[in-house]
Ligand binder design. Structure first.
Ligand SMILES: Nc1ncnc2c1ncn2[C@@H]1O[C@H](COP(=O)(O)OP(=O)(O)OP(=O)(O)O)[C@@H](O)[C@H]1O
Ligand SMILES: [Mg+2]
Length: 250
């Protein structure tokens, strides 16, 4: 099972949108068995996949229950979920204060138990750096930073890079794949922002374009649909497929 985390401490850059749509594309086009882990107390990706199980990621991180009991099926055959909700905020406080060596490995240890059940695991992360986010980095084989072309998002990328380096001290096996630009508008300002990003870090070659007009990714999400169900031929849907192929090295 290949584990990929999507991060940026800047909120609203599209982490959840990418995880939800990528999960769908992976199962639809590659017939992959996908596990989505919601590592955000906002629980947005859990809401999208209608997670309603008794247990959540907080229980896994605090070793209250085995991860097998937390995993639930979603309405999509081939996509399972470890859901999260506000209890993750308390779990993070407990985890931070816990006097236990190896507490950064709780998620990795749990996911190891599921390794044979899935081809790929996508972890959606919160717009903050906390104990469970460190767990996510340590658990991952690969990390992708998500950024828009906004200045504050680019500041977020810089902070993420040092976070990734710290986590690599714990898990040298984890690799930083690069930063994917989302909501790319293609105008002069956004091209300048991408050039600035390129000076600072590896920017992935696939840009995810901003949707607008009648084919908005927001509308799709509001309808509880992926972009592939709502508007499969729109630019963002095509970009997501290209991005998936790039990530998988296809
Ligand atoms: N390529 C895009 N074009 C237009 N709108 C987008 C695009 N990607 C995401 N959005 C919209 O931007 C908003 C924020 O997206 P999302 O919730 O995925 O961000 P996030 O990084 O997960 O936020 P948070 O950090 O709060 O969890 C949503 O309304 C989403 O529909
Ligand atoms: Mg989110």
């Amino acid at each position: 099972m290949r584990i990929i985390s999507f991060i940026n401490k800047k909120g609203g850059v599209g982490k959840t949108t990418i995880v939800a749509n990528l999960a769908y594309a992976l199962k639809e086009r590659y017939d992959a068995r996908v596990l989505v882990v919601d590592n955000d107390e906002q629980g947005n990706v859990s809401q999208f996949f209608e997670g309603e199980g008794k247990y959540s990621l907080a229980d896994v991180l605090l070793e209250r229950v085995e991860i097998e009991k937390v995993v639930e099926h979603t309405r999509y055959d081939g996509i399972d979920l470890v859901r999260a909700d506000f209890s993750l905020a308390d779990a993070n406080v407990e985890l931070r204060e816990m006097d236990k060596s190896g507490k950064e490995w709780q998620l990795k240890n749990a996911l190891d138990c599921l390794a044979g059940n899935y081809d790929i695991c996508l972890i959606d992360n919160p717009p903050q750096i906390n104990a469970s986010m460190v767990n996510s980095l340590v658990a991952s084989d690969e990390v992708v930073v998500v950024s828009t072309t906004d200045k504050f998002s680019i500041y977020g990328v810089q902070q993420m890079l040092s976070c990734i380096k710290d986590a690599q001290q714990l898990n040298p096996h984890m690799s930083y794949r690069g930063t994917v630009v989302n909501m790319f508008a293609g105008d002069g300002d956004s091209l300048a922002a991408v050039a600035q990003l390129r000076d600072e870090t590896e920017v992935l070659p696939v840009m995810l374009h901003k949707t607008d007009g009648g084919i908005r990714v927001k509308t799709a999400t509001n309808r509880m649909e992926t972009i592939f169900e709502y508007s499969p031929r729109c630019r963002f849907a095509r970009d997501m497929v290209e991005f998936m192929d790039y990530l998988l090295g296809a």
